[in-house]
Write a protein that binds this ligand. Structure first.
Ligand code: PA5
Length: 444
């Protein structure tokens, strides 16, 4: 049982009766999802993806990854939001945050096009200088400003470095199956393409080519990732009051309705940092609409106990915590006693550092509980590919059920367009003249 949800530290905040009272709504949400009759029902391709994924494309992904690992020193992955977070999250969880410096992927992997910072971009260009590099451009629409800008520049650098013909073999485009400018360009230029399925939205796309190609390039086992996700699909798609995924979704909504407006995702493994970022997009974009929704936030403990710990313990009582308890760290450190015991910590010696980390977690859970913070615990055996696959499915399914319980369409993101319109207007994009004048008047 590698992924489960433990509600022990919620007991004083959410009673069994409350869960029983909400459960009929969970049934409705489950049926909406299964019958594909709820809001956003044209974006449910992720539901059975771990079973129904395109096996032919999967084999091409593995072949492309092997080629990139053979002919490149660096892979630059271009994408933003759902076209970036999942891949980076899995790579860092499996290989570690420091994978580029420790050489754990055997290939340096950099992510660009997820901001418009010229300084950050120049740093990545510097990392590509003199190296054999390939590009994976990921954009379902093909027109998102951040990745499109990065791609323009990087493509030119690559073509100048290896010549236009060789560059064609080093550009991989992950985009819409048939539509969009990137698909047209890729076909015209002869770049290998991979598909963002029509019915899978960006934030649910990590188990499609969007995530799988970069993840495979990092040397991760994508077969195990998909097998783990399939385990999750079978386990968490069952309509039952004992379904841990549905319990988690229900508890979030019970606490939200009781006035908790923030969910704090906490993990004691820094390598989980980007998984937290992925979770924030998944739930934030899915639920934050119609002036509703829990605000997803995250911390890495014990690091952030020294920054956010005070607030969580004793600040405004607006949040609940969801702890991701990773049972087995990838590696451990044995603590030897030191002569003189100058720091007074010899009582910790003779055991592994993971024990100290676990006691920090247990002590913090109890302290935060005493401070009035409800805490649910998502338990996961490890950050292996298989366990992450299961965890990803757990989150995706919980997000869909939670969104339906909240009464929103969990699969659209209309609010994301507002900043784009203003940015285009201020930059003078043709057709936005009136808006430009209006916005500039407000700014000045
Ligand atoms: O979840 C989403 O839909 C978004 O985060 C998109 O993935 C993001 O905006 C990138 O879009 P695109 O892949 O079209 O460039």
């Amino acid at each position: 049982m590698s992924v489960s949800f433990n509600g022990k530290h919620l007991e004083q905040f959410v009673s069994a009766n409350e869960y029983a009272a909400l459960y009929p709504q969970v049934e409705v949400a489950h049926n909406l999802l299964e019958s594909k009759s709820g809001p956003g029902n044209d974006f449910l391709g992720w539901v059975d993806l771990p079973r129904d994924y395109d096996k032919e494309e999967f084999a091409r992904i593995k072949a492309a990854a092997a080629r990139i690992r053979e002919d490149s020193d660096v892979l630059v992955v271009i994408g933003i939001g759902g076209s970036y977070l999942g891949a980076r999250a899995v790579i860092e969880a499996v290989k570690g945050q420091m994978y580029n410096s420790t050489g754990k992927t055997g290939l340096q992997i950099f992510f660009v096009g997820n901001s418009i910072s010229p300084d950050y971009f120049q740093d990545i260009l510097d990392c590509c200088k003199g190296k054999r590099f390939s590009i994976n451009m990921i954009s379902k629409s093909g027109t998102t400003t951040e990745p499109a800008l990065a791609f323009r520049v990087l493509r030119k650098v690559l073509e100048e470095q290896v010549g236009p013909e060789e560059a064609k073999k080093r550009i991989y485009a992950t985009t819409d199956r048939a539509r969009g400018t990137l698909k047209q360009l890729a076909d015209a230029e002869g770049w290998e393409t991979f598909v963002v399925p029509d019915d899978v939205g960006g934030r649910f796309s990590v188990l499609s080519a969007v995530g799988l190609l970069p993840i495979a390039c990092a040397g991760c086992d994508i077969e195990a990732l998909m097998a783990g996700a399939e385990t999750g699909r079978q386990k968490f798609s069952v309509l039952s009051a004992d379904n841990d995924c549905y319990k988690y979704a229900a508890v979030r909504n019970i606490l939200y309705r009781k006035g908790k407006s923030v969910e704090l995702m906490a993990c004691y493994e820094p390598n989980f940092t980007m998984m937290n970022e992925w979770y924030k997009q998944l739930f934030g974009e899915s639920e934050g609409k119609d002036q509703k929704g829990l605000m997803p936030t995250s911390v890495i403990f014990s690091t952030d106990l020294h920054s956010m710990g005070q607030f969580v313990q004793d600040g405004a009582r607006m949040l609940f915590e969801t702890v991701v308890d990773v049972k087995n760290p990838g590696r451990d450190v044995f603590l030897d006693p030191i002569e003189g015991n100058f720091d007074g910590l010899n009582f910790l010696s003779g055991q592994n550092m993971s024990v100290v980390n676990r006691k920090a977690m247990e002590g913090t859970i109890l302290a935060h509980n005493d401070g009035g913070v409800p805490i649910g615990v998502i338990q996961v055996d490890s950050l292996s590919e298989a366990d992450l696959g299961e965890l990803i499915y757990f989150y995706e399914r919980a997000c869909a059920i939670s969104g339906y319980l909240l009464g929103v369409n969990p699969f659209d993101q209309p609010g994301v367009e507002s900043y784009k319109k203003n940015m285009f207007a201020l930059l003078g994009k043709p057709g936005y003249e009136d808006r430009k004048a209006e916005l500039e008047a407000k700014l000045n």
